[in-house]
Write a protein that binds this ligand. Structure first.
Ligand code: ZN
Ligand code: ZN
Ligand code: ZN
Length: 345
């Protein structure tokens, strides 16, 4: 009887040891990567268009305005695209969906994604019509879904809900390749940025496609701090009527010591990842990216008297003797501080 119990105990110990070595640990190394991932931020003026290329496979995120359609089609033809693994429409506005019908009319596509399949505009109707012509229907992905694209992991982070504003309803994609990450946010504004952060989304990325062409309605202080990119790309038109990019997000990017590439000055921008590092090249090579000097660490500063929390670049910081420094937003909120509306609202 005793011998039997010892046998059972030894068996259980043996089994747990096997399981210990079989169950993957948290710190798993990234999956092996073959070749490179190239992200083409195609210069379509005041609009968005990015082509992902890896191992001879292609995925298109947005297609510029209707008038950019032939430019985008000829760019794709020039680099040898014959078919697309996926076409993604970040949201229904013309400067994102406009060029996609022309692409769908010519290139066989495996799947089409958008945050909605109803929007009343001629170019969105055309987008639906050419999707249908390929015998496809628009897939509306949920947060957490992935879009198949070879060795590249494309994860849908948002939108987390449907907003009245199509910009906030933009599809948010995190593109992981080896140890490198790219974030695409369409025209997402601060409301949806805040909802993503509150839901604990992992937005950390090396390269950020700056939301909404550099409008001050996007790239909030807290969002930028969490993404913590080394590089940012702004897809924006020369002398556009919106005044994009706005000075406020540019100053936040400078404070965070992000190197900024912009299509209005540099033309089409390529970012190449080998799975470990990212290197950039661009069309107008006489123009240099906007790089920053001294790094001012982004932090949160509380007023110990009013219990108000500010960004470190806020214009109305309390007197130094009344300041308390927090290194995370959550820690400050837990300590009972309330975000100041004009810098963190
Ligand atoms: Zn836009
Ligand atoms: Zn938009
Ligand atoms: Zn403030």
């Amino acid at each position: 009887m005793r011998k039997r119990i010892i046998q059972i105990i030894l068996f259980v110990i043996g089994l747990s040891l096997c399981l210990y070595f079989l169950i993957p640990r948290d710190q798993e190394p990234p999956a092996p990567v073959s070749g490179n991932l190239t992200v083409h931020y195609i210069d379509v003026g005041q609009a968005d268009c990015a082509l992902l290329e890896c191992d001879g496979k292609f995925l298109l995120i947005d297609g510029g305005n209707v008038e950019d359609s032939s430019l985008v089609v000829s760019y794709l033809q020039k680099i040898g695209v014959e078919r697309l693994e996926a076409v993604v429409c970040s949201h229904a506005h013309e400067d994102h969906v406009g060029g996609l019908p022309g692409v769908l009319a010519l290139f066989p596509t495996a799947a089409v994604y958008a945050p909605t399949n109803t929007y009343s505009s001629q170019c969105f109707d055309d987008f639906l019509r050419y999707t249908d012509q390929q015998r496809l229907s628009v897939t509306i992905p949920k947060a957490g879904d992935t879009i198949p694209f070879g060795d590249v992991t494309v994860t849908v982070l948002g939108p987390l809900k449907s907003y009245a504003d199509p910009n906030n309803t933009s599809l948010v994609l995190r593109v992981d390749f080896g140890e490198t990450r790219f974030l695409f946010t369409g025209d997402m504004e601060t409301d949806a940025e805040t909802d993503l952060l509150d839901a604990g989304a992992d937005v950390k990325a090396d390269v950020l496609k700056v939301g909404h062409h550099g409008s001050n309605t996007s790239t909030g202080y807290r969002f930028l701090r969490e993404v913590n990119p080394k590089w940012a790309v702004i897809s924006v038109g020369t002398d556009n009527s919106y005044g994009h990019p706005h000075e406020e997000p540019m100053s936040r990017l400078r404070d965070a010591e992000v190197t900024v590439y912009r299509t209005d000055k540099m033309g089409t921008i390529l970012a190449v990842s080998d799975g470990k590092a990212v290197t950039f090249s661009w069309k107008n090579s006489t123009v240099q990216p906007e790089s920053t000097g001294e790094r001012t660490p982004m932090s949160y500063i509380g007023n110990i008297n009013t219990k108000t929390l500010h960004s470190s670049d806020c214009g109305s910081l309390p007197d130094p003797k009344n300041q308390i420094l927090f290194d995370s937003y959550e820690a400050a909120i837990e300590a009972g501080y309330k975000p100041h509306n004009s810098c963190l609202g």
